[in-house]
Design a protein around this ligand. Structure first.
Ligand SMILES: [Ca+2]
Ligand SMILES: [Ca+2]
Length: 288
């Protein structure tokens, strides 16, 4: 059964979409910030990790028994073998409306940076793809002894301090979605169902401006190796994990006055100081 399913998802599950709401572009995608301007450095965003019960048996991901592929047919939860997480539909159930018993344990806290894996990932792929931190969900310090059927969610703002060419890539196993919101629309990237570890970025580079872009990243691992890592590429260069100072929690957004504003403020302070100084001099003169 496992090998048959594997053949099916290798055949047809790689989906990378570049959806641009409000206009299509083939070359670099120009996206203005959702919040333009200069903002103070971030301290990372919140990560919500869920351990789904290995015996949860209500997957709504579709499986086509005739074509041996995902995305059509009947819900996998109706098959005797259909326990655990199989795709983004199950991720949404876990975070949106989990039935009692679906979520075995959870961990929520500051994620810094977004680069988490399970032990099997680090053992198998750490040497070639780079090690990631153990997801805080897992023992010995976390609440879950099991490292399969786990999911994660991160959301907040990505802070851009230099306008230019960017791309974002998500290293994942098994699947993920990523959205990036700007002033005029939202870009999205996803890889649904079951996939071997891979990093997937937007098909076009992005031209970004100085400011904040909202984002959401959701990921899940069904069995074996599991990883989620958010990287960026700047100016067409190599991938590197997005630093925590570029990840801002919505309740920690802090605008920094721009140089022109500073100039006005300092000019104003100098003027006030000069008036006060003249007044003091005149008072002194009257006294003298
Ligand atoms: Ca695993
Ligand atoms: Ca996996």
């Amino acid at each position: 059964m496992t090998s048959r399913l594997r053949a099916g998802h290798l055949a047809g599950s790689l989906i990378a979409t570049l959806a641009f709401v409000g206009g299509a572009a083939q070359a670099d995608v120009v996206l203005a910030p959702e919040l333009a301007g200069v903002y103070a450095a971030g301290k990372g965003v919140t990560g919500e990790f869920l351990k789904v019960s290995d015996t949860w048996h209500d997957s709504s991901v579709l499986w086509n028994e005739d074509t041996h592929s995902f995305g059509s047919g009947v819900a996998i939860g109706t098959f005797s073998w259909g326990s655990g997480l199989w795709g983004l539909a199950d991720w949404r159930t876990a975070y949106g409306s989990p039935a009692p018993g679906m979520i075995e344990s959870s961990w929520t806290g500051r994620a810094s940076p977004i680069s988490y894996a399970d032990a099997e990932y680090n053992a198998l792929y750490g040497p070639t793809w780079g090690e990631a931190a153990m997801a805080p969900l897992f023992a010995p310090n976390g609440p879950s002894a099991g490292e399969n059927n786990w999911a994660s969610r991160f959301a907040g703002y990505i802070r851009i301090t230099e306008a230019g060419t960017y791309n974002f890539g998500v290293l994942h196993d098994d699947g993920f979605f990523f959205t990036l919101g700007g002033a005029s629309g939202t870009l999205s990237l996803e890889n649904d169902f079951l996939n071997p570890r891979e990093r997937l970025g937007f098909g076009s580079n992005l031209q970004l401006g100085v400011g904040l872009y909202s984002f959401e990243l959701g990921a899940y691992d069904r069995i074996e190796a599991g990883v989620v890592e958010l990287s960026w590429s700047r100016g067409g260069g190599k991938w590197s994990v997005v630093p925590i100072e570029n990840l801002i929690r919505p309740d920690e957004v802090m605008p920094v006055p721009e140089p022109s504003t500073w100039a006005l403020m300092i000019g104003g302070l100098l003027a006030v100081g000069s008036i006060a100084s003249r007044r003091r001099n005149r008072t002194d003169a009257l006294r003298g």
